[in-house]
Design a binder for this molecule. Structure first.
Ligand SMILES: [Zn+2]
Ligand SMILES: [Zn+2]
Length: 425
């Protein structure tokens, strides 16, 4: 064989050896992103997102949003259960048999007046999709569209969970209580974030978001003339002492190596310069990363409020809203699913686009699923524009970049499909 021929063969061999052979899972993921970016899917997603954005609905009131979801699922021929947890919808794609893997999107908006002036601004005064849940619903519908087109390749069943009431209503718990996810072996969820560029994702293995609880205390004294305090029992002073003492739970009682937050974010009392009011109300949130620690903190918050109010001769009622807003556990990502996520997201976006993020004191009711099902939660970059002022979730100025929609849809679809392929092997 002449040298040049031999050289050519060697070159071909080397090129082949250096070219990573894409597995069918990798090819599928790439294909999903391409499909999600086609005008047919992308424009349709943008339309749905704007429709939901214009009509935000609060926890357990997501009736129109639920209708939009069901109409789209009907058009795609995807069967679903409804109602689940009042307004929730659970769709099914695939064989209809085990194994089952779930993808979750939350549906509710916030009681915030939108301050962004744009064509598709919220049409409901005082309500806004300021946490990006409009995009979450849209991306799960986008995933549904892609998955339906590839239903024959799905080796099991993908369960689409459209969940109400994430914002303090523990909708995830209500979905679980209804028994709708009993056979599910893994669940994935994402959150749009306005400070990470489009095309990037961030997450970590283990604890990622804190557990959280809410409290409120009504401190009752005895009102009267502000100039004659000796004839009153001043609830404002009592409430002030309570607030200061609550801070000592973090600075003096919590392990300095255990992240803990107690924030009093509500303080209402009185209405005149010369009147000591009958009562004052305080309220806030507490956060931590251990469930036991959270239980203890809750107990101590109650003791401190009652004790300090008593020292100041006040009566007090403390409410932790256990019925309407039960304590949220910490969000803890399963390590096996983290590896799966890193593979899938790395293949889809490039390994340098998959960021390992530190834990964060925000909370998510996705944690309720993770208590009973191995689960994985990640952040999806939807930064609007680099020149915009800093925006955060729950801000009336929040804008999200719709260019991120295809990434969320494709990641959902890929994570579920390849997970089913993986566990069948
Ligand atoms: Zn939120
Ligand atoms: Zn949210």
């Amino acid at each position: 064989m002449p040298f040049y021929k031999c050289f050519n063969l060697l070159t071909i061999f080397l090129v082949l050896a250096a070219t990573p052979i894409l597995s069918s899972s990798e090819q599928l993921s790439t294909k999903f992103l391409d499909i999600a970016k086609t005008p047919e899917v992308f424009d349709w997603m943008v339309k749905i997102r704007r429709k939901i954005h214009e009509n935000p609905e609060l926890a357990y009131g997501e009736f129109e949003t639920s209708k939009v979801i069901r109409e789209e699922l009907d058009k795609m021929g995807i069967p679903y259960k409804h109602p689940v947890a009042v307004t929730g919808v659970i769709g099914f794609i695939g064989t209809g048999t085990s194994p089952f893997v779930a993808l979750r999107a939350d549906m509710d908006a916030l009681p915030i007046q939108e301050m962004v002036e744009w064509e598709h601004k919220s049409k409901v005064p005082g309500k806004m999709h300021a946490c990006g849940h409009d995009a979450h619903v849209t991306m799960l519908l986008g995933a549904a569209k892609i998955l339906k087109q590839h239903e024959k390749e799905i080796q099991g069943t993908i369960v689409l969970v459209f969940q109400p009431a994430e914002e303090g209503g523990a909708g995830a718990k209500k979905i679980l209580d209804g028994g709708a996810l009993e056979n599910v072996t893994a669940i994935f969820g994402l959150h749009a974030v306005p400070n990470v560029p489009v095309g990037l994702v961030a997450s970590r293995s283990g604890p990622i978001l804190a557990g959280s609880g809410f409290f409120e205390a009504i401190i009752n004294g005895k009102g009267g003339h502000a100039a004659i305090p000796q004839l009153t029992i001043d609830p404002i002073i009592a409430a002030s002492n309570v607030i200061i003492s609550l801070q000592h739970l973090v600075s003096r009682e919590a392990d300095p190596l255990e992240p803990t937050v107690v924030t009093v974010s509500k303080f209402q009392g009185g209405g005149a310069f010369n009147v000591i009011p009958d009562y004052a109300t305080i309220g806030g949130t507490f956060r931590g990363f251990s469930k036991n620690g959270m239980e203890q903190l809750k107990q101590r918050i109650e003791q401190v409020i009652i004790g300090q109010a008593g020292v100041n001769r006040c009566n007090v009622t403390v409410n932790f809203f256990d019925e309407v807003s039960p304590m949220n556990p910490p969000t803890v990502n399963n390590d096996e699913l983290h590896k799966h996520f890193q593979n899938v997201a790395g293949n889809l976006l490039g390994v340098d686009k998959v960021i390992n993020m530190p834990p964060f004191m925000g909370a998510e009711d996705f944690a309720f699923y993770q208590e009973v099902i191995p689960g994985y939660f990640f952040m999806l970059g939807m930064k609007y524009a680099s020149l915009e002022p800093f925006q955060s979730l729950h801000s009336p100025y929040l804008r999200i970049n719709e260019d991120g929609l295809p990434y969320g849809a494709a990641l959902h679809a890929s994570l579920a499909t390849t997970y089913l392929i993986k566990i069948k092997q």
